[in-house]
Design a protein around this ligand. Structure first.
Ligand code: GLN
Length: 514
């Protein structure tokens, strides 16, 4: 497609003089594209300029795919010209590097896969390509998605756009820094135990983890196969709904996807009436470690939803305290089995385990494989998992954890007998400083206190900005998120409530200074 010079000047003025791409979300950028205020190629170039300007500080991207992106943008422009009006058409996005992209290096932020070029796209990528996504590149995360800060990436740590001394959260930290830093409009990450919700909370974004089985896992580097969920990092609930619409649905290549029909999320959102909606606040979530200012943000948000017409009541999730220990038995167990495929035949050298090798010997082999194999967090999980699954310990750890998992799920089933959704904090603190917890895996794990139960139960949840809190050791107030937790496959209700809350609060109007 060619443009007259005058058209280019107009577009240039709109994008660079009067329109700041940081201020655009999917909806506004889509309107600009359909009104021909600017083209997708121009929008894409503006994103790469922004990446050039900011990525030295944010370190969101592992791989940039500029040539492919500009080709996709040109194709999108042709489709727009022909009258195609898909919401995602021509909109630039980033993809977490655990999601397979055909012919484009996919590292899982790990040394093991640092040269891996997939022969196939993940199903989510295929679906987004159909919708007209422009992929700018692959973003950083904790290696194999193990972590809460991106500090476990084998390559580098990403930075929080609000305060560069702090983590963006994790494991989908590059997804969060790229969207919050205004480098792109949305990102696809994964949430296995909180990895979309927590970074969304740390970076002032809307992060949706769909129900397990709503979105295909085909082509995602597996971590905990029983809780892995491809998930969405966006600027608003309406944007997250538009992305979910494109990626949800049954997939013959993933037998755990559900055949239940996909709702019309945006249509439901438009007509949604919050009056009479019953919202539960779990009494067990008022733990000692929860920052008092964060607690107040969540309580104020609940009051706001009540003023808007919802009915807020207390609910009980009695097994909450067991969620983190249960998750950290089940996750390493599945991780140790999933990572067994990296045995040095097809992929990088990893000093891989033989399930019969005693844990003590394994430890020695792993520690010697420094620098070329798994990073320390992956090694830790392989060892814990191998231990928890080994004969003699299986009943005491893995089996017991699965029983507790059933009780945790039952808590939600009972609570949902009386309420339509549940509201809770996303994280007990705002984004912490880089290095603050990196010597203590246990402290890092405890940050998952409000996240693990939802993952173990397979439920949908969205983290929504609900205020700002200035940390004691910080210079500026950092974003706080709350979780709206829904019944299975009821993404439409939590997204609609998130949308109403966002429209009736001012948090989204604040942007990081970068
Ligand atoms: N903090 C969790 C963990 O380290 C999150 C993982 C995830 O959701 N990918 O396991």
């Amino acid at each position: 497609m060619t443009y007259r010079k005058s058209q280019i000047d107009i577009a240039f003025n709109k994008i660079f003089k009067t329109m700041d791409i940081k201020e655009l979300d999917i909806r506004k950028a889509g309107e600009g594209l359909r009104n021909k205020d600017f083209s997708s190629v121009e929008l894409t170039k503006a994103c790469f300029d922004r990446i050039k300007e900011t990525d030295g500080k944010l370190k969101s991207f592992i791989t940039l795919t500029q040539n492919v992106a500009l080709q996709e943008a040109a194709k999108a422009d042709e489709r727009i010209q022909a009258g195609d009006s898909d919401m995602l058409l021509g909109i630039p996005a980033s993809i977490k590097d655990v999601i397979l992209t055909k012919n484009i290096i996919t590292t899982a932020a790990s040394n093991i896969l640092k040269n891996y070029i997939p022969a196939e796209d993940a199903t989510v990528i295929e679906k987004l390509d159909t919708a007209g996504m422009v992929m700018l590149g692959k973003v950083n995360c904790d290696a194999f998605a193990h972590g809460s800060s991106t500090e476990n990436s084998d390559f580098f740590t990403s930075h929080n756009p609000w305060d560069l001394d702090r983590v963006p959260g994790g494991s989908s930290g590059g997804s969060a820094s790229s969207v919050a830093g205004g480098q792109c409009f949305y990102s696809i990450g994964t949430d296995t135990g909180g990895s979309i919700r927590q970074p969304a909370s740390f970076c002032g974004l809307t992060g949706l983890k769909p129900t397990y089985g709503r979105v295909s896992r085909y082509g995602i580097v597996s971590m905990t196969s029983s809780t892995d969920c491809p998930s969405i990092m966006a600027k608003t609930a309406a944007d997250a709904a538009a992305v979910l619409q494109s990626i949800a649905g049954e997939d013959k290549k993933d037998s755990t996807t559900s055949s239940s029909p996909v709702d019309d999320y945006l249509g439901y959102m438009e007509k949604f009436d919050i009056k009479g909606l019953r919202i539960g606040i779990p009494k067990e979530y008022c733990i000692d470690g929860l920052n008092a200012d964060i607690k107040k943000c969540v309580q104020d948000a609940a009051t706001k939803l009540q003023e808007l017409g919802a009915k807020v009541v207390e609910v009980s999730l009695p097994h909450t305290q067991y969620a983190v220990p249960t998750y950290y038995i089940i996750t390493p167990s599945e991780v140790s089995s999933n990572l067994a495929k990296f045995d040095g035949i097809r992929f990088g050298y990893s000093a891989q385990s033989d399930p019969d090798t005693p844990v003590k010997d394994l430890m020695e082999v792993y520690m010697k494989s420094k620098g070329q194999g798994f990073g320390s967090e992956a090694k830790r999980r392989i060892m814990i998992g191998t231990y928890a699954l080994s004969s003699g310990y299986y009943d005491a750890y893995y089996l017991k954890a699965q029983k507790v998992r059933a009780l945790i799920k039952k808590d939600f089933d009972e609570a949902f007998g009386g309420v339509d959704m549940i509201i809770a904090p996303t994280a007990p603190s705002v984004a912490f400083k880089i290095g603050e917890h990196s010597d203590s895996p246990l402290e890092m794990y405890l940050g998952d206190i409000f996240l693990s139960a939802v993952s173990l139960s397979g439920l949908p949840a969205v983290s929504v900005p609900c205020g700002f809190v200035k940390p004691e050791d910080g210079k500026i107030a950092m974003p706080v998120g709350m979780q709206l937790i829904g019944k299975s496959f009821d993404e439409k209700t939590i997204l609609s409530v998130a949308n109403i809350y966002e429209k009736n609060s001012t948090w989204l109007s604040q942007k990081p200074a970068i």
